[in-house]
Design a protein around this ligand. Structure first.
Ligand code: AMP
Ligand code: MG
Length: 336
């Protein structure tokens, strides 16, 4: 046999093996598509996992639902991301006090964010952005700023500096004010994604970083289960809770932080001090029907601490929170 013939035989053998692989992969995908469709994407600086199940009587196909959800993710990212130059948020931050016509999502979300800022006495405050920047969390060039620098930047902070016009679409920020919706945008997005799943009369679960939200049950009728990260060892699950038609959102001091002289500085800022919130908490998990509320509350409660958070929850019977402390103890996960 000539070398040329040997090469040809080797080539055909390889081609047959490759085609075999492709057929197997295709069949597997086909089988999965019968039961569910899943996808992982990266958007809003976060790994996002979405699964839609096939249920009896659903409208359309799990893959169609997933396609619609993916489009919604990218649309909201374009509108709400503070780092995308022509997003609504970036336009507002560059407007030097002028009113800006923003998208329906941005208008709705900024209005809702303002409500939570008022309800939490500014513990949740989207105008904290200059402080987040000062500590280097927007660039990764972390540093501990001086007291003077903090005082100076705090002059630009305060939710009353956001003006949501009566006319739908119009928003303005006072001169020098910058906003960042990073503490509530993922929750708002997960509400919108769950609406898509509901509209198609089926079930599914989405996980956007620390935000999990589900619709309905698993195909076998059992409830979804959501693991809460152990703040001490983020590869481990601290507690698992059952979840049906609720969002489960965690804010933790392990998500973004740096260490200097043995001290940890994390990314959730107290607008009263201009420093990382410091009340012994390692994470706060909020469970309830709205992903937006859970997300905004988890951030706010991290700043407020357990006692004040429980005051807020008294008027919100559908929402529960669990607090894990740096010293390892917790408030319990029984939903009280
Ligand atoms: P989360 O992970 O939802 O708690 O959001 C934290 C992110 O929101 C931070 O990385 C900041 O960009 C921003 N942020 C920090 N502190 C606050 C605060 N007190 N209120 C609103 N947003 C904040
Ligand atoms: Mg949040």
């Amino acid at each position: 046999m000539t070398t040329r013939t040997k090469q040809l035989i080797a080539f055909f053998l390889l081609a047959i093996i490759l085609i075999g692989f492709l057929v197997v992969i295709r069949q597997n995908n086909g089988n999965n598509a019968e039961e569910s469709a899943s996808e992982q994407i990266f958007a809003m600086d976060t790994v996002m996992d979405m699964t839609v199940y096939r249920t009896e009587g659903m409208i359309g196909d799990p893959q169609d639902v997933l396609d619609e959800m993916r489009e919604r993710v990218y649309q909201m990212e374009r509108e709400l991301s503070v780092t995308i130059a022509d997003s609504d948020v970036a336009k507002l931050n560059a407007a030097s006090g002028e009113a800006v016509m923003v998208s329906e999502d941005a208008y709705d979300l900024i209005g809702k964010a303002l409500e939570v800022a008022k309800d939490t006495d500014g513990a949740f405050d989207p105008t904290i952005y200059p402080i987040v920047k000062l500590w280097g969390f927007t660039t990764g060039e972390h540093r501990v700023p001086s007291g003077d620098e903090i005082r100076n930047e705090l002059k630009r902070v305060g939710y009353s500096r956001i003006n949501v016009g009566d006319k739908p679409g119009k928003v303005s920020l006072s001169e020098g004010t910058n906003i960042d919706l990073g503490a509530c945008a993922k929750g708002y997005l997960s509400d919108a994604l769950c609406e898509i799943i509901k509209r198609h009369k089926t079930s599914g679960i989405i996980s956007l970083g620390g935000n999990v939200q589900s619709v309905g049950t698993k195909p076998d009728g059992t409830n979804f289960r959501v693991g809460i990260v152990d703040p001490e060892n983020t590869d481990k699950i601290y507690e698992t809770i059952e979840n049906k038609n609720n969002a489960v959102v965690t804010s933790g001091n392990y998500e973004r932080f740096f260490e200097k002289d043995g001290k940890r500085y994390h990314h959730i800022m107290d607008s009263a001090t201009g420093k990382p919130a410091d009340n012994g908490l390692a994470s706060v998990t909020v469970v309830g029907p709205s992903g937006f509320i859970c997300d905004a509350y988890a951030t706010a409660f991290f700043v407020m601490g357990e006692d004040k958070a429980k005051e807020v929850l008294k008027n919100k019977p559908d929402y529960h929170a669990a607090f894990i402390y740096e010293d390892g103890h917790d408030s319990g996960f029984d939903g009280r």
